[in-house]
Design a protein around this ligand. Sequence first.
Ligand code: ADP
Ligand code: ASP
Ligand code: MG
Length: 412
Amino acid sequence: MALIVQKFGGTSVADVECIQNVARRVVATKQAGNQVVVCVSAMSGETNKLVGLAHAIGGDDPLDREYDVLLSTGEQKTIALLAMAIHQLGHRARSFTGGQMGMRTDGAHTRARIRSVETERLRSVLDEDGVAVIAGFQGVDEEGNITTLGRGGSDTSAVAVACALEADVCEIYTDVDGVYTTDPRLVPQARKLGRLSYEEMLEMASMGAKVLQIRSVKFAMRYGVPIHVRSSFSADEGTWVTREEDVMERLVVSGVTCNRDEAKIHVKGVEDQPGIASKLFTPLSDSGIIVDMIIQNVSSDGSTDVTFTVPKGDYRKALDLATKTVSEIGAESVDGDEKIAKVSVVGLGMKDHAGVATRMFAALAKEGINIQMITTSEIKISVVIEEKYTELAVRALHAALVENGGEAPVVP
Ligand code: ADP
Ligand code: ASP
Ligand code: MG
């Protein structure tokens, strides 16, 4: 007997028929001799609707505590409906909100982090041969306030519960049948991957592949729980996200991703002296702004340029803070650009394969796309480009590095 955590995303529970389909799937898993915990999202479109209501009343900056109380209602509806649907099929099921099951988080409303997960109530349902149905995306802080985990957070709820229960697998059911070499909605030639390492999936999620929330992959990696991403609408095997040792096919490039959620800030003519970078970035981190890429030029005549990226939502604030610091440290100027995108290629095989960067740059050059910034890690190369070229860049890189395997594109 296996213990399986199944997570169903918004499109999988979009209406009554979909919820009944999920109930049938859950019951079939149980009848095959497994224990099942199900984690669900809000019905498709519901969270966006609630976000809209919050802004309609609360303006640009609605009270974040109340925002979380409101957004958590989406998932609360689904758990009750799914528990009813499972009952209709003659099986026991009990629904739990995040607070009821003991999903404890910190107090950072709208982007809370999980601190601990209680398993007692879930275990008692399983021991009585029932299905535990839990609300994704939500928890409670130390004082009992409802918190939410950031958009896409139900993935993280499900994986965290799977880790706490030491489940055999966490199945993520969604509207695509696995993790693809790139977003299949953008590139029809994208190919479904059979297996992928946690490290690759982490890079892909961090670089914009929203099929799994980043933190869910971090949990799975830390506790070694395999994730199986698959379709709610077919019985086909999906993609296994697992330890590097279990990935047979070490692809040089396993994925191409894009992220349009960042903006760039460019500080020109900064004095090349100890302490300047710290002066520039401390006010940003003190304000909770997460800086992603940072590039500093080699200095010439004692001064240098620093360019960095921040989430688009924090752009105005970051630009104001940087402008203030610039007047204190006496840099030449500061400006920014919101119309950028980060395009990345990811693959385990890059560890021992040279030449991916060259082929990447050549493919972009062939399309006349200018590269503004470049960063690399052991298994990833990212470039910042003008936003309007995002889709073209993703298609060109997919064609050159995934579809076209080893062949190098010709630079005009
Ligand atoms: P859910 O509501 O089930 O959580 P999401 O919309 O959050 O679903 O995630 C699934 C979507 O992720 C797919 O519809 C697809 O468009 C997108 N996606 C982006 N990159 C990839 C990728 N590399 N592989 C598969 N899907 C991807
Ligand atoms: N309902 C939340 C959202 O739309 C959480 C989730 O679906 O994962 O972001
Ligand atoms: Mg999602």
